[in-house]
Ligand binder design. Structure first.
Ligand code: IPM
Ligand code: MG
Length: 371
């Protein structure tokens, strides 16, 4: 019998109501019995944590995050905290978790469920069967480079600086993750950078090329400029298998890729650290790609599927529970096949349900599929 320690960080906005549905699924697995059980702790993060403690994540929560087998994260931010100083803002909590736990590898799958191909803004034939994995570097680049500041010049003007920095080692470790994953999928990696403009792009291109030579896995490597990659994603997305890219380009390209599948409300992600030398275990945080959606928060309108699928990724990548992860994926697919939709993926002839209703249906499908 294995007990898995989960830290739940619902955060703000729809993060809170989506996490409620994940807790119901955790309870389902615990009630069912079997070799795996879960213990959960829930803590504040983001704006909710600022309101209570004036920081976006506390040191106590960081210690729990460090000790957890997996962290399930909701979403952070919203206009309520627009006035909060930049250093304290809700997003700082998520960035601290990523940086302090060294979660450098962010996996963002963009998969188009057949039932949703018509919900995409692209034509069905362009997206049907789409299965892209974006591997985004998550602890370096423009997000964390120093200096990062706004200074006032002698003439009274202000000057803002962000710095993009990458070292050989940082590029090597993320591209190795991409090669390993591609070898288990479509065997092709596109590496996206801006070597025509940026020094970090020149180094990125060089290190990726050398790492590929040394890797010898037989994975096919293509280099692509990041702006062309954005264009190709909306022109012919099915040409891609795995895309590896830096932190900032990865942020932008993954939103574009996500929307191809019909809705941001569908997509999970995993942020992984390096395997521990002794145990082989990776620190890991799982979160939906979507944000806190303050405009629809608290109204039972949010789509909980991305957060539920993030929990599914935790089962698969951190907890060695692939059977249960498959079960969650099958339950989601069957509910979509039945025609149930939250507002974000609603189409003619389908049945609209709320966050709770979607949770009810997924639980019912889980119960049915697991008998
Ligand atoms: C994401 C989000 C975050 C990011 C924000 C909330 C800081 O957009 O995970 O893609 O920019 O990385
Ligand atoms: Mg983003």
């Amino acid at each position: 019998m294995t007990t898995h320690k989960l830290l739940l960080l619902p955060g703000d906005g729809i993060g809170v109501e989506a996490m409620v549905q994940v807790e119901r699924i955790i309870a389902f697995f615990n009630d069912r019995g079997g070799d795996n059980t879960f213990v959960t702790e829930t803590e504040l993060v983001g704006g909710a944590c600022i309101d209570a403690h004036n920081v976006a994540v506390t040191d106590e929560t960081m210690a729990k995050a460090d000790a957890a087998d997996a962290i399930i994260f909701g979403a952070v931010g919203g206009p309520t905290w627009d006035h909060v100083p930049y250093e304290i803002r809700p997003e700082a909590g998520l960035l601290r978790l990523r940086k302090d736990l060294d979660l450098f590898a962010n996996l963002r799958p963009a998969i188009c469920y057949p039932a949703l191909a018509d919900a995409s803004s692209l034509k069905r034939e362009l997206v049907e069967g789409l299965d892209i994995l974006i591997v985004r570097e998550l602890t370096g680049g423009t997000y964390f480079g120093e200096p990062k500041e706004i200074v006032t010049l002698e003439n009274g003007e202000k000057r803002a600086v962000d710095t993009t920095v990458y070292t050989t080692g940082e590029i090597q470790r993320i591209v190795r993750v991409a090669f390993d994953l591609a070898a288990k999928r479509g065997n092709t990696v596109h590496s996206a950078e801006k070597r025509n403009v940026m020094r970090t792009g020149v180094l990125w291109h060089e290190v990726v090329t050398e790492t590929h030579k040394a890797d010898g896995s037989g994975v096919k490597l293509e280099h692509i400029l990041a702006d062309n990659c954005a264009m190709q994603l909306v022109r012919n997305p099915k040409q891609f298998d795995v895309i590896v890219t830096d932190n900032l380009f990865g942020d932008v390209l993954s939103d574009a890729a996500a929307m191809l599948t019909g809705s941001l409300g569908m997509l999970p992600s995993a942020s992984l650290g390096a395997p521990d030398e002794k145990t082989g275990r990776r620190k890991a945080l799982y979160e939906p790609v979507h944000g806190s959606a303050p405009d629809i928060a608290g109204q039972n309108l949010a789509n909980p599927i991305a957060t539920i699928a993030s929990f599914g990724m935790a089962l698969r990548y951190s907890l060695d529970m692939a059977t249960e992860a498959d079960l969650i994926d099958a339950a989601v697919a069957s509910v979509l096949d039945e025609g149930l939709r939250t507002g974000d993926i609603m189409q003619d002839g389908m049945t609209q349900v709320g966050t709770d209703g979607m949770g009810d249906a997924i639980l019912a499908a889980l119960a049915k599929l697991s008998t």
